[in-house]
Design a protein around this ligand. Sequence first.
Ligand code: SF4
Ligand SMILES: [Zn+2]
Length: 164
Amino acid sequence: MSLDNTDDRDWMNESSCAKPEYRQEIEIFFSSKYEDRHKAKNICYSCPVRKDCLKWGLENKQIWGIWGGRDEDEMRRTLSVNVDGAEVRRSRFPICPYCSANTKYLKASIVDKPGGGRWTTMRIVECLECNFKWRSRTSANAVNAFHALAQEKAAKKKAKKTKA
Ligand code: SF4
Ligand SMILES: [Zn+2]
């Protein structure tokens, strides 16, 4: 799925959870029980459209249920939002929602939005480990905050060493 077309849902035709054998138990994707979530995530991990699903879920701010193998808490952490969908600075920075790489491997940038109309640019986050990309202003803010903090810490460490 391309970055500029978040309404493209063709991938849904290939989804494992839409198969008749799983459709019966679709509620496990929205359950709060650990066993249900575990079962749902396992279905996702062998789903041929996991990447598209995860990307669509993030770009359309799906913060309830399981998307692409990630539960709602993981989706909120990635997006840096609370249960109401409002941006918050969480205690844990996002990790790559696709390959679980640490925040230090995530890079936020501003790119042109093809046919952008009123909004001509968009903010994306990319994982340098697996190349998974998603569009999200709040994720980008969190990733930038992580790198700013890391730079600040490194500068303080350097200053201490210089003084010593
Ligand atoms: S990744 Fe999971 S939630 Fe997404 S389409 Fe596949 S099975 Fe369904
Ligand atoms: Zn990754």
